[in-house]
Design a protein around this ligand. Structure first.
Ligand SMILES: NC(=O)c1ccc[n+]([C@@H]2O[C@H](COP(=O)([O-])OP(=O)(O)OC[C@H]3O[C@@H](n4cnc5c(N)ncnc54)[C@H](OP(=O)(O)O)[C@@H]3O)[C@@H](O)[C@H]2O)c1
Length: 255
């Protein structure tokens, strides 16, 4: 893909399910990829394992709930390479996702919004400030549940539906995407959202069956399929795309 070779990229939460796939895809396109985790040893172990291929990664610590950590993360990447001109805002606070609706509290919302929205927006603002006019591309990881309702009927007994605060935070990510795209368009910083459908992982067979029936392609996504779309939005192939929400969901939201 055009415009990824040699670029410095940061994938937040880069050791997770989608973050890993996105980081590896960007590295395969010869970007230099900083991979963050709240736990530095985890990021280092991830990078060590993946560097068995010839990709190069910069493992870095980042806690999006802490502005000091955001600044140190950027300092470190700048020291190792340069300020990233690609940022994939992929991290999401998963703790609390399984809590049933009756048990959620104020902090179920505030903790999630603090990390996913406040943390990422501050990370992006600090990065863009340090770019001194260089063009950049930013990809926010959203979800179909930022756009359509959660179908409670597909969750088998004992499995909590995707929670209300998650749907709300993803809708917020898409709002932030458009706001930042408008603010930074003039300086050549593109901001888009990748709206992913459910990714195949260790879900129960019953859930996979019910979820798949809701998609036109009758299956869940592979992490690599979502990563391809992230790489496209980050690359110069998408040079005239900004403020956009690219849906990668096997058709779930299209009918
Ligand atoms: N999986 C899906 O089916 C799916 C579908 C649609 C959209 N998405 C979106 O795709 C993104 C990745 O999802 P995933 O399934 O790959 O999740 P995941 O494996 O749980 O990864 C999320 C990552 O977020 C990081 N994180 C959590 N709190 C953080 C904090 N305070 N500061 C910095 N990083 C933090 C975690 O990193 P550490 O624990 O290492 O710090 C973790 O690796 C999310 O935005 C999610 O909403 C996922």
């Amino acid at each position: 893909m055009k415009g990824l070779k040699g670029r410095v990229a940061l994938v937040t939460g880069g050791t997770g399910l989608l973050g890993s796939a996105i980081a590896m895809r960007l590295a395969a396109e010869q970007a230099i990829v900083a991979v963050s985790s709240r736990n530095l040893s985890k990021a280092r172990a991830w990078a060590e394992e993946k560097e068995k291929t010839d990709a190069k990664y910069i493992p870095v610590q980042l806690n999006l709930a802490d502005e000091k950590s955001i600044r140190s993360c950027l300092d470190y990447i700048e020291e190792q390479a340069s300020i990233p001109t690609i940022i994939v805002a992929n991290a999401s606070l998963r703790e609390g996702v399984g809590v049933p609706f009756e048990k959620i509290t104020h902090s179920s919302f505030t903790n999630l919004f603090e990390v996913d929205i406040a943390g990422h927006v501050l990370l992006l603002r600090h990065s863009v400030e340090r770019l001194a006019g260089q063009p950049a591309s930013i990809v926010f990881c959203s979800s179909i549940y930022g756009q359509v309702g959660v179908d409670h009927r597909i969750y088998p007994e004992g499995m909590a539906p995707t929670p209300v605060q998650y749907a709300a935070v993803k809708a917020a990510a898409e709002g932030a995407t458009r706001w930042l795209a408008a603010a930074w368009g003039e300086r050549g910083v593109r901001v888009n959202a990748l709206v992913a459908g459910g990714v195949s992982a260790a879900q129960s067979n019953e859930f996979v069956k019910r979820y798949s029936e809701r998609t036109m392609l009758r299956r869940m996504a592979l992490a690599d399929e979502v990563a391809s779309a992230a790489a496209f939005l980050a690359s110069d192939e998408a040079s005239y795309v900004t403020g956009h929400c690219l849906v990668v969901d096997g058709g779930l939201t299209a009918w």
